[in-house]
Write a protein that binds this ligand. Structure first.
Ligand code: PBG
Length: 324
């Protein structure tokens, strides 16, 4: 029955009817807030390329989190800036490493806030790559041992979920085995399964001081041109024991989010990354777009694409807007 029997505008006539037929909605329950932590006390450094985002020392982070908890954002994703870096990224698995200290402090102060730890070596290696280097190549299997060790140290510090973002082959299995062997059978792994080699990580690398000192990450992160490969990566991670799978970045990869959701029916996380945030902030600060409407449209779009969990630097503001 075409027009005039069918008039789709009938269901858009007022807000109540629009609410009744709305297919997707964003909730604070969906949000994860990434944070940057550094050593020292009383420190809060603004990150120029990410307006509104800071590197905090642990004491200042605890203050910042008061609002996050009040807003009922369920989880944070802390990234650490170590005091020193070395070839093997030892700050990543040091017992008193920055993440280990931060996690212990956060869980002591806010036991009900879920802490997801990003598991990678690039913030901790002096060369800035996500694994051990031999002849300018990131070695896969030797890196797995360090990742497994880091995962166990995060769990020992009190992390609730471990999120490997390195893109080494076999890391999910190695981490799962190590966690289980150490008694952490109930700690889920949220795998950065389809993580693309993306220019959208630019501002993050300023924030976390994690840009590679030579070359790039193309020998381990995925080619943005690929889609079937993302499904193979996700399948492998699920077979190795991943509980939640992630697509990253989000906006240029909405099709991947949808394919992963349709194919596997596993919980899907999408990472609305630093460059995606910075572009919105830059345009909004120039008065070129309506920030609130743009952010809500982006986050709702990521949900509509099929994500259950949205990791976003907009989380604090979005949670406030959702309350209004
Ligand atoms: C660590 C890691 C990165 C991001 C999250 N974990 C950077 C990278 O892979 O270079 C990027 C997050 C963002 O851009 O917001 N490997």
């Amino acid at each position: 029955m075409p027009f005039p029997e069918q008039r789709p505008r009938r269901l858009r006539i007022n807000e109540n009817i629009r609410r009744m037929v709305r297919e997707n909605s964003l909730s604070v329950d969906d949000l994860v807030y990434p944070v940057f932590v550094c050593h020292g006390s009383g420190q809060s450094f603004p990150i120029d390329s990410m307006p509104g985002i800071y590197r905090y020392s642990v004491d200042m982070l605890l203050r910042e989190l008061e609002e996050i908890v009040k807003l009922k954002i369920p989880a944070i994703l802390p990234f650490g800036l170590p005091a020193q870096k070395d070839e093997a990224g030892s700050g990543a698995y040091a017992e008193d490493g920055i993440i280990q200290q931060a996690v212990r402090a956060v869980k002591r102060e806010y036991p009900d806030l879920t802490v997801i730890t990003d598991l990678c070596l690039c913030e901790y290696t002096d060369h800035g790559h996500c694994g051990i280097i031999l002849d300018n190549y990131v070695m896969n299997d030797p890196t797995l041992e360090l990742l497994a060790r880091t995962a166990v140290s995060h769990a020992a510090a009190g992390a609730d979920i471990i999120a490997p973002s390195d893109m080494m082959d076999g890391r999910v299995g190695a981490i799962r085995t190590a966690l289980d062997k150490n008694g952490y059978v109930n700690i889920p792994v949220m795998a950065y399964s389809a993580k693309y080699c993306s220019a959208f990580y630019g501002p993050f690398r300023d924030a976390a001081d994690s840009a590679p000192k030579f070359g790039d990450r193309r020998s381990y992160q995925m080619d943005p041109a690929n889609s079937d490969e993302a499904l193979r990566e996700v399948r492998l991670d699920i077979e190795e024991g991943a509980d939640i799978v992630m697509v990253k970045p989000a906006l240029a990869y909405m099709d991947i989010i949808r394919r992963v959701r349709d194919e596997f029916g596993f919980p899907v996380a999408a990472y609305n990354v630093s460059g995606e945030y910075s572009m919105v902030k830059a345009a909004a600060n120039n008065g070129w777009v309506d920030e609130k409407r743009i952010v809500m449209e982006i986050l709702t779009g990521i949900k509509r694409a099929g994500a259950d969990i949205v990791i976003t630097y907009h989380a604090r503001e979005a949670a406030k807007w959702l309350q209004d």
